[in-house]
Design a protein around this ligand. Structure first.
Ligand code: FHN
Length: 417
């Protein structure tokens, strides 16, 4: 079993990969921006002077913070640096074609004006602005699609939500009531008040029952038929499969539509002491690796308590965008390429054109490829004028290139039949 099977919708629920036309834009897009942002960005991993291990948005559970104490964060939440246009422009500059924002994470605080609870950014914080509404407007202005994360099972603030064992007695909770009378009305709100929503990104299904997942799926599709639902809805339902966090399957997954959600450092929400940033090269190689196996990459940012995006995230995203400006033809709208499982190389394709991505540049500049055929080879980067020649030796395609890699991250060679 590969790691992504856990969140894989059942066959037959939806047609297989490349068949359901509602996913056409998503298959073309390949690269999205995830945003984890909420009141947990205030403690940013530190509670009462103690570093709390684990991902930042889980601080309430990890430190077992009682609701009345955790609730005190809301009146402190005043993210004056929040600038929806800046976020959307960053996503565009990075080459990310869709954005998914946490409308409600497991801590229960809502990043939009909800009629179902005052525990939301409009009614419960001094900021008083509808963060989601502003992002939706900026996305519409910039032509970027907007999706919403919504924690359907875990809610550590709601008396009937799942997961808060320190304030509530699970035996006395009514989870069905929470789904019917809180989750469904909130899903209705986020799909009715903010224009077209491209994805509802449910998460951690845990105890949700099959009929409840099905009812949520039907509700989403009844409100916005084109809205996709990720595989973490649970019970093998949803429109596409979701890999485990940061997990890239070892092989081609041609039979399904799938996505890897991923962090740039080790946390989703902002943490002051997480400086374990992945390199730009690693992030670009992850994107290429995922796309070469048929998936999408949903790469996260975690704005801080003021709404500022961490500088190391901005730097890396802009560098990815610069690489995509030159090499995007080998990513967007492509299919997995013919050469799979060949260490140091990845391939994608469009029609008869194969894009060879070289991760580990051979010191000699000689590239030997088994099982590939081509009559011409060229650099995808048109500013590169180094010589490139093609020959066939035995059963192998031989490319002779310069000894030094033309691109510091991943070099792309276009092969034509
Ligand atoms: O528990 C969440 C976590 O906080 C985060 O939102 C990630 C994103 O994929 N999903 C869950 C863990 O898998």
């Amino acid at each position: 079993m590969t790691e992504i099977e856990y969140f894989k919708p059942e066959r037959g629920q939806r047609p297989g990969a490349n068949q359901d036309p509602r996913l056409d834009w998503w298959r073309e897009a390949k690269f999205g921006m995830f945003i984890h942002w909420g009141v947990y960005s205030i403690p940013a991993g530190v509670w009462k002077g103690e570093h709390i291990p684990g991902i930042g948005e889980w601080i309430m559970l990890r430190a077992e913070i009682p609701i009345p104490e955790y609730e005190k964060l809301a009146p402190q939440f005043n993210p004056v640096k929040y600038d929806a246009d800046q976020i959307v422009k960053l996503a565009k500059a990075a080459g990310q074609k869709y954005i998914v924002l946490t409308s409600k994470h497991h801590d229960g605080f809502c990043m939009y004006g909800s009629e179902e609870t005052d525990y939301n950014i409009v009614d419960g914080s001094p900021f008083g602005r509808d963060v989601l509404g502003e992002l939706a407007a900026a996305c519409a202005r910039e032509g970027v699609k907007l999706g919403l994360y919504y924690s359907q099972t875990q809610d550590w603030h709601h008396p009937n939500g799942f997961g808060n064992t320190w304030d509530f007695d699970a035996d006395e909770q009514d989870f069905a009531d929470y789904i019917d009378n809180y989750v469904k009305p909130q899903v209705r709100e986020i799909l009715s008040n903010y224009g077209p929503i491209c994805i509802i990104w449910f998460d951690t299904p845990r105890i949700i029952e099959r009929h409840q997942s099905q009812e949520l799926l039907d509700l989403v599709h009844s409100l916005q038929p084109d809205c996709l639902v990720c595989g973490r809805l649970g019970n093998k339902l949803g429109d596409y499969a979701t890999a485990q966090d940061n997990a890239i399957p070892p092989d081609l997954q041609a039979e399904i539509d799938w996505e890897t959600p991923a962090t740039i450092n080790d946390t989703w929400a902002f943490k002051t002491h997480d400086h374990n940033w992945k390199s730009t090269t690693q992030l670009i190689q992850n994107l290429v690796d995922i796309v070469s196996k048929g998936g999408n990459y949903l790469l996260n940012i975690g704005p801080d308590a003021e709404g500022a995006i961490p500088e190391p995230s901005i730097e890396r995203l802009l560098a990815m965008g610069a690489w995509l400006d030159v090499n995007g033809e080998s990513i967007y709208g492509t299919l997995p390429g013919p050469l799979q499982g060949y260490e140091g190389y990845r391939t994608t394709r469009k029609g008869d054109t194969v894009y060879l991505h070289v991760f580990d540049w051979p010191p000699s500049g000689s590239i030997a490829l088994p099982g590939l055929d081509a009559s011409s080879a060229s650099w995808l980067d048109t500013s590169c004028d180094a010589p490139l020649s093609l020959s066939r030796v035995g059963g192998q395609l031989m490319i002779q290139a310069p000894a030094e890699a033309p691109n510091e991250h991943v070099t792309v060679i276009r092969l034509e039949r």
